[in-house]
Ligand binder design. Structure first.
Ligand SMILES: Nc1ncnc2c1ncn2[C@@H]1O[C@H](COP(=O)(O)OP(=O)(O)O)[C@@H](O)[C@H]1O
Ligand SMILES: [Mg+2]
Length: 332
């Protein structure tokens, strides 16, 4: 197959905020996906979609499929940029469609759908101006997050607040730094899990990954914050979580967590691949924080490949499974 691999490559630009490029992909990830596809006999060209003329590229270069990992560049619907162009040109692509990508990037709208589907998600309130009255039903500690970011951008330990004063200060900071609404949620103080769904005809749920932050005391961070993700594995900083895959769960909880992840994948309308972030409360209720239809695919660093390896897949198998799922869907 002739495949274009669409991506946004991380850049170095000191004039931008430190987390500006956090969602974007490294050259290593792009190279790893390209060589996995080549090893299965495909002809692959990687395209950094800052390339200004994506439409004319595809008019000049006929491809059978786009393997899309592009996080997009501008605004609230950025993950849909490339799929929207591909829809317009009628070129098939891997992964979720424009609608699901835009939906999943909006945490609050996703949570409304989860609630409608009876999928547990932390109680929440959206602050657009920062002047809204706090819903008295919400219980501290609360966590404040930008509504439409990923890679834990704008989320550090100071985003967990215990007073109204700290809450409103943090809401104001998030709204002004990220030029968007702040999502306030009850903080679920429990185990952190992430769950991969990989479709192969019927969707399969990969072994659950548990991320244990008890080994990160030195870092001053105690959950999957921006610093924890950006500097993962840095012993000097102490950002060294321990991964357990499969997660250390009793069979009943494991089944419930997997069911919730699969329901979330379907409720949001994801295709081929997704990763759902979950926190277990003290009664083992799995609260869905968000779903990632474009999970990181760094073969060494990212969560999703770890789950695929635990399922007995190689990196090449994982990449090929995504491609096969998309090919099957586009045949239909
Ligand atoms: N309501 C919450 N309760 C507990 N921890 C949370 C909550 N929301 C976010 N977190 C922590 O912050 C991390 C990043 O939040 P998440 O909603 O997944 O955003 P992102 O899209 O940036 O990954 C989570 O993986 C988790 O460690
Ligand atoms: Mg997350």
């Amino acid at each position: 197959m002739k495949i274009a691999l669409t991506c946004n490559l991380k850049k170095k630009d000191a004039s931008k905020p430190a987390d500006y490029f956090s969602e974007w992909d490294s050259q290593e990830t792009v190279d790893a996906i390209a060589s996995a596809l080549r090893s299965r006999g495909h002809n692959v060209e990687a395209i950094d979609v800052q390339y200004p003329n994506l439409v004319s590229y595809f008019r000049r270069n006929q491809v059978d499929m786009v393997f899309n990992i592009a996080e997009g560049t501008c605004g609230r619907f950025r993950e849909s940029e490339v799929p929207a162009i591909l829809d317009y040109l009628d070129i098939p692509y891997t992964g979720s469609n424009t609608f699901s990508l835009a939906l999943a990037l909006n945490k609050t709208l996703t949570k409304k759908i989860l609630k409608a589907e009876n999928i547990p998600t932390p109680a929440f309130q959206l602050f657009a101006t920062g002047k809204e009255e706090l819903n008295p039903a919400l219980r501290f500690p609360l966590i404040v997050k930008p509504n439409c970011e990923g890679s834990a951008k704008g989320i550090n330990s100071s985003n967990v607040v215990n007073s109204r004063e700290d809450l409103y200060r943090k809401i104001g900071e998030v709204i002004s730094a990220y030029k968007q609404e702040a999502l306030v949620e009850e903080f679920i103080d429990g185990r952190e899990l992430t769950v991969g769904v990989l479709e192969n005809g019927s969707a399969r749920v990969l072994p659950i990954l548990e991320i244990d932050f008890s080994t990160c005391k030195k870092s001053g961070e105690y959950f999957y914050s921006w610093k924890m993700k950006e500097y993962q594995g840095d012993a000097a900083l102490g950002t060294t979580p321990t991964f357990h895959c499969p997660a250390r769960l009793d069979p009943e909880t494991e089944a419930r967590v997997k069911e919730v992840a699969l329901k979330t994948h379907r409720a949001v309308g994801c295709f081929d691949i997704s990763r759902t972030d979950i926190r277990l409360d003290k009664d083992n209720v799995p609260y869905v924080l968000e779903i990632n239809p474009l999970p990181g695919l760094d073969p060494k660093e990212s969560n999703f490949p770890l789950m695929a390896y635990a399922a007995g897949l190689s990196y090449e198998d994982l990449i090929e499974a995504i491609l096969l799922s998309a090919s099957e869907r586009n045949k239909a």
